[in-house]
Design a protein around this ligand. Structure first.
Ligand code: ACO
Length: 339
């Protein structure tokens, strides 16, 4: 079956920036603690009138513009997020309406920080059947964050990314191979427990703001993230008989710098070839890999002929890796990018 490719990329981050010093005025933390533990210096956060659908719309519009494509050429909109517009309907339906993508079927998926790679695997399967697919990854955690919890509040940022996937095997970034995995038995290590059917929100929790609290056992997440992302990358290389030396760049989920450095060590890969811009954008969940890819293209780090491995890990746990071949440079627009 013909391979499919990413033929256009759009990205968006909100204009408002929250620095570590800003956070240290809101909670018991410091710029020094955050920088040394995570490598994060700042994060972008949504303005009051922005929502998950509006962030997604910005990224999706940029991708369509780059591809010189009309919205009604889309067959599918797959939107991955842990922070949806509302419980129902799907955020993707709001985006479909904003774009006026009249022919598109629209649905959400929730995969945490690995969600983009999982959703892209589904988008690739649809594209191989001849469909034109918009895959969006968006996170707006600042709206649903417990800003009193220094363990988690310092880690995340808001943003959205969108890629258009088509059956064009000679163009763009070819989706050569992908492996994604889940282990739901570890769901209790990283979760946002309140608000679903298992734990309806008790009024006393709302009064304390605790309904937004993320439960995270940080060191367990750290170890699993390093181990799972490295293993998935090795698996993808083994599946395709690709030597590590043939990989030009690792395009990782931007969890934090210490995790990225540890993954580089596990893979025996120079840290300089494991892309990071976590200092500027922090962890943007489902958007993170697309923002990284967009930034790499804009910084002219990529060129045709290169092979890339993307890796991601997040709640669930879910994780995965993908091998991408850069055939031609796809159009890219990153709205709000730091200069
Ligand atoms: N500012 C100041 N002190 C803090 C902060 C903060 N923001 N957060 C925690 N601390 C304190 C803790 O309370 C603790 O204090 P204590 O010793 O008095 O109890 C101390 O710092 C050390 O806490 P640890 O949790 O042991 O710190 P650690 O070195 O493990 O770093 C971190 C914490 C950064 C969260 C690390 O465990 C990590 O990176 N884990 C991965 C988490 C992650 O990336 N999650 C994102 C979602 S999943 C993903 O994207 C892969």
């Amino acid at each position: 079956m013909a391979k499919s490719s990413i033929v256009s990329i759009g990205a968006y981050v909100p204009p408002k920036i929250l620095s570590n010093d800003d956070l240290s005025r809101m909670m018991e933390t410091s710029d020094e603690w955050i920088r040394t533990r995570t490598g994060i210096h700042q994060r972008h956060v949504a303005l009051p009138d922005e929502t998950t659908a509006s962030l997604s719309y910005q990224a999706a519009s940029a991708a369509l513009k780059g591809a010189q494509m009309a919205a009604d050429e889309l067959d599918w909109i797959l939107l991955c997020t842990d922070t949806p517009e509302m419980w129902t309907p799907a955020t993707a339906c709001f985006v479909q309406d904003l774009l006026k993508a009249g022919r598109a079927s629209a649905i959400d998926l929730t995969g945490g920080c690995a969600g983009f790679l999982q959703t892209l695997e589904l988008g690739d399967a649809l594209a191989r059947q001849g469909k034109t697919v918009m895959v969006i990854g968006t996170e707006l955690l600042s709206r649903s964050m417990d800003w009193t919890d220094r363990n988690t509040a310092v880690l995340f940022g808001d943003g959205a990314g969108a890629v258009i996937v088509q059956p064009k095997p000679e163009q763009g970034i070819r989706l050569t191979h992908s492996r994604t995995f889940s282990d739901g038995s570890q769901a209790d290590i990283l979760q946002k427990p309140y608000g679903g059917t298992r734990n309806p929100i008790p009024p006393e929790i709302v009064a304390q703001g605790g309904h937004h609290r993320i439960h995270m056992e940080g060191q367990k997440v750290f170890r699993q993230a390093v181990h799972r992302m490295s293993d998935a990358a090795k698996q993808v290389l083994a599946d395709t008989a690709t030597a590590a030396q043939d990989i030009s760049w690792v395009v990782p989920h931007q969890a934090n710098q210490r995790i990225l450095d540890a993954v580089a060590g596990e893979l025996r890969f120079p840290t300089s070839k494991v892309f990071s811009h976590v200092r500027n954008y922090a962890n943007t969940g489902s958007a993170s890999v697309i923002l990284a890819l967009a930034d790499m293209l804009i910084q002219n780090l990529l060129e045709p002929g290169q092979r890339l491995v993307s890796v991601a890990f997040g709640d669930g746990f879910s994780w995965g890796a993908a091998l991408w071949d850069l055939l031609t440079l796809p159009p890219v627009e990153f709205v709000g990018r730091d200069l």
